[in-house]
Each structure stands twice: as C-alpha cells, then as structure tokens.
Design a protein around this ligand. Structure first.
Ligand code: SF4
Length: 246
C-alpha cells in the first residue's frame, strides 16, 4: 500500500469512527455535540468526569460505558436482520478485558440464548481460552453483527455498515491490549482489507493502535481440525504479548 492509499484508508477509518459517535449521539437525543474522536460521549453524570490536562487547560472528558452502548442499540432495527433474529447478541465478558475476541455473527444457538459463542464453535473457543490459562469471564467476546443472518449466510455489506459503529464503540470503551479477530469477516472488517485470513493470520496488525491478531474461526476448525496448529501458534503469540505487557 502506497502512502496515498494509506492516507485514504486512515481517513476512511476516521470518518467511520466519527460517524459512529454522531449516530450514537443522535439516537440518544442528548443535547451536546459530538466532539470527542476518542469516543467518550458526554454524560450528564458528574461522577463520570475525568480531568485531563490539555496544554495547561483542563478538559472534562466524560466516559461512556458498555451498558450505555447496549442501551443505545436498544431494540435495534437498523438493518433487516432485526426481522429474523430471536435475540440480539451484544457480547459478554470482562468490561476491562485485556483480550477481546471478535467473531462474525451469532449462530442458531447464540440467537436462541442471546449470548455469543455458545454453540459447538463456542465450546471450542472456550477450550482455546482455557488453554490460554484464562476464563471466559476474564476476556470479552462479541461479533461484528449482533443479529443472526438467516441460515448463517455471510454478512452483507449494508448489515456490517449498520452494525459496525456499535462494535467500534465496544472496542474503544474496553480498550484491550489485544484483539483476536476470529475468521475472515472479522479480520477483513476490522482491518479494512480484502486479504484472505490465511495471509493475515500469524502476525499482529494494528487496529486503532491496538494489537490485532487474526486467526481462523472456531467453526472453521470444526471442519478443518488440521488448522488447529496454526491457531495455537497465533494464540501463543497473543499470550506472549499479554505477558509482556504485564
Ligand atoms: S445486525 Fe446490528 S444493525 Fe442489524 S438489526 Fe442487528 S443490531 Fe441492528
């Protein structure tokens, strides 16, 4: 990628990010303006106010929580998937997680329970997390889309566009040390690339300054157990990174 393409991509990400804040703010009906590129949507609750020194001046940057984002999402009807879902699957786990797993979209079991990664692929993800000497409660798990596409078909671009602002907010609020993108769609969406997962995995990329490791989706592993070796290599790199930051 040359410098002009890089600049264009950076600008695209910035605009996408900014749009998400404006969207959230408009939905909330709050009366302040969207001015914080880092995602701290102002709150009227004074207990949320942080004191930040900005060149001699004191700026007050109130913070947004995951519960606020869930509330903004509400009974979301921003794309057609609202018509076929049983439950919206927001995400679950540690709100201050060092490690966030991002998958593609809920499957049938997730749609039924309203929880991410609870079907067969989810059980495999749980085993991967435990192999990392962690528990599901210590990490955060979510998806690009919050609602199940019919028959588990691939997400459509308009669905990703409608839903991604909420994922962006989730990641900004948690601000983990490492993001693990599970599968092609999560990696492509977060990294804004068309490169296949086979080329993306095995090394860290950067998502908004956060280290991002793409790896194969657990559902792919169920069909291709031979790929477990590569996933374990990716997972070990994540563990090493998390330990180096302690
Ligand atoms: S997939 Fe996302 S944007 Fe579409 S209805 Fe569900 S929550 Fe809303």
């Amino acid at each position: 990628m040359n410098s002009e393409e890089q600049l264009r991509e950076d600008l695209f990400q910035l605009v996408t990010s900014l749009k998400s804040y404006i969207l959230l703010e408009q939905d909330s009906g709050r009366k302040y303006s969207s001015m914080y590129l880092k995602g701290e949507v102002p709150s009227l609750d004074a207990t949320n106010i942080e004191d930040t020194d900005k060149g001699g001046e004191t700026a007050f940057i109130p913070s947004l929580t995951l519960d606020d984002v869930r509330q903004e999402l509400g009974d979301c009807q921003r794309c057609n998937l609202c018509e076929v879902r049983k439950n919206l699957v927001f995400g679950e786990g540690n709100y201050n997680a060092d490690l966030v797993f991002v998958g593609e979209a809920p499957g049938a079991e997730e749609d039924r329970q309203g929880k991410p990664f609870v079907g067969r692929a989810g059980q495999l993800l749980t085993r991967i997390v435990e192999a990392m000497k962690l528990t599901r409660k210590e990490v955060y798990i979510c998806n690009i889309l919050k609602c199940r596409p019919p028959e588990n078909r691939n997400p459509k671009p308009e669905e990703i566009r409608a839903c991604e602002p909420f994922l962006i907010k989730q990641l900004e609020i948690i601000n983990p040390r490492v993001i693990c993108a599970l599968g092609t769609f999560a990696a492509k969406t977060l990294l804004k690339t068309d490169a296949p997962i086979s080329r993306l995995r095995g090394r860290f990329h950067s998502y908004q300054g956060i280290k991002l490791m793409p790896t194969y989706h657990p559902a792919y592993l169920l069909r291709n157990p031979g790929a477990k070796k590569q996933v374990w290599e990716d997972v070990q790199m994540i563990m090493k990174e998390l330990m180096s930051n302690e």
